[in-house]
Design a protein around this ligand. Structure first.
Ligand SMILES: Cc1cc2nc3c(=O)[nH]c(=O)nc-3n(C[C@H](O)[C@H](O)[C@H](O)COP(=O)(O)OP(=O)(O)OC[C@H]3O[C@@H](n4cnc5c(N)ncnc54)[C@H](O)[C@@H]3O)c2cc1C
Length: 285
C-alpha cells in the first residue's frame, strides 16, 4: 500500500503547470480520490505528479452568454452547493450531490472525474443530457470538444499527453425544462450500477426537447438516441414514457460484474429511465 517514489510539483499558475506537463511523463493530481488509491496499489506509477491545488483560476464557476463555465478543479461539493448551478443548471448540481460521501465530495473534482473516465461515474449522464463541452489546454494550444468525443472508452479519454482539462461548459437551462437524475447505487462504493439523467421541455402540450444520458450501464456513458426520438413531439403520457424507456438499453452491450449481470443492468436502465422521465416531466409541467 505504499506508492512507488515520485517527483512532486505544486505550480502556482496554469502556465507553470503546462510547462511541467509538456515533457509527457508527468501526471496531473487533482483531488487524488481515484489516482492515489491506484498508486498505492501500484496500478499506476507516475514518475512525476503535478498538483493543481494552488491554481485558483481552475476552481471558478461563472456564467456568460447563456453558458456556465466550470473550472476543472471545482469539487463535487462546490458544484452541489453552488447557487449559480442550483438555479441555472440544476441537473449538474443534482448529479454532484449523488457522488460518494462527504470526504469524496470535498476533495474530488469534476475535472478529475471526467479525466479518470470511470464508466460508472455520475457526472457524464447529466453532462451528456446537457450537451456539455470540455476545454483542453496544452502549452501554446487549446481545443474544445463535445463530451461525447472526449469520453472514448472505459478509463480512456481523447486527452493527449501534456493536455490539461481546464473547463467544462454547459448551457444555462431554459424555462419550462424539467430535469432529474436517478441512480441505482452500489451500496459499498456509492458508484452507479445504473444512473439516468433526463432533461425534457414541453411546449403546447408536446415534448419539444428530450435528452437522456446513461452511466454505469456500458463501457462508456451514452445518450439514448432512440428513446429521445420516441419522446420528441409526443404528449409525454405514461405510455410514451414506457415505450421510450424500453428503448434505452435495447441496442447496447451492457457491462457485467459481481454487482449486476448485463441483463439486470439493461432491465434496471429501463426502470430508472422511466423514473427519471416521470420526475422530469412532472417538473416541466
Ligand atoms: C470511496 C469513493 C467513493 C466514490 N464514489 C463515487 C460515486 O459515487 N460517483 C462518482 O462519480 N465518483 C465516485 N468516486 C470517484 C470520485 O468522484 C473522484 O473524485 C474522481 O473519480 C476523481 O477525481 P479527483 O479530483 O479525485 O481526481 P484524481 O484522482 O486526482 O485524478 C484522476 C485522474 O484524472 C487525471 N486528472 C485529474 N484532473 C485532471 C485535469 N484537470 N486534466 C487532465 N487530467 C486530470 C489524473 O491524472 C488521474 O489520472 C468515488 C471515489 C472514492 C474514493
Amino acid at each position: 500500500m505504499i506508492p512507488q517514489s515520485f517527483e512532486y510539483s505544486v505550480p502556482n499558475t496554469l502556465q507553470e503547470a503546462l510547462q511541467l506537463l509538456a515533457g509527457g511523463n508527468a501526471k496531473v493530481l487533482a483531488g487524488g480520490m481515484s489516482l492515489v488509491p491506484l498508486m498505492k496499489l501500484r496500478l499506476a506509477a507516475p514518475e512525476h505528479l503535478v498538483d493543481l491545488r494552488r491554481i485558483t483560476g481552475l476552481k471558478t464557476l461563472s456564467e456568460s452568454s447563456g453558458e456556465i463555465r466550470i473550472g476543472a478543479m471545482a469539487t463535487h461539493h462546490d458544484l452541489d452547493s453552488s447557487p449559480l448551478l442550483r438555479q441555472r443548471c440544476p441537473l449538474l448540481a443534482e448529479a454532484a450531490k449523488h457522488i460518494g460521501d462527504v470526504q469524496v465530495r470535498n476533495l474530488g473534482t469534476i475535472g478529475g472525474s471526467l479525466s479518470h473516465a470511470d464508466p460508472a461515474a455520475d457526472y457524464p449522464a447529466s453532462l451528456l443530457a446537457l450537451g456539455a463541452k470540455v476545454k483542453l489546454v496544452r502549452a501554446g494550444a487549446e481545443r474544445t470538444l463535445n463530451l461525447e468525443d472526449f469520453l472514448v472508452d472505459t478509463f480512456t479519454t481523447a486527452a493527449e499527453p501534456g493536455e490539461l482539462l481546464t473547463e467544462i461548459i454547459v448551457p444555462v437551462e431554459e424555462p419550462k425544462t424539467g430535469v432529474s437524475y436517478q441512480k441505482m447505487v452500489q451500496p459499498a462504493s456509492g458508484f452507479a450500477i445504473v444512473g439516468v439523467a433526463a432533461r425534457v421541455r414541453k411546449s403546447n402540450g408536446q415534448i419539444s426537447l428530450a435528452r437522456l444520458g446513461l452511466t454505469g450501464v456500458a463501457p462508456s456513458p451514452f445518450r439514448a438516441a432512440a428513446a429521445e426520438a420516441r419522446l420528441q413531439g409526443s404528449a409525454g403520457s405514461a405510455e410514451d414514457i414506457r415505450q421510450a424507456a424500453a428503448l434505452v438499453s435495447s441496442n447496447i452491450e451492457a457491462n457485467a460484474d459481481i454487482h449486476a449481470s448485463a441483463s439486470y443492468r439493461k432491465q434496471m436502465a429501463q426502470v430508472y429511465a422511466a423514473r427519471a422521465l416521470h420526475a422530469a416531466l412532472a417538473e416541466a409541467s
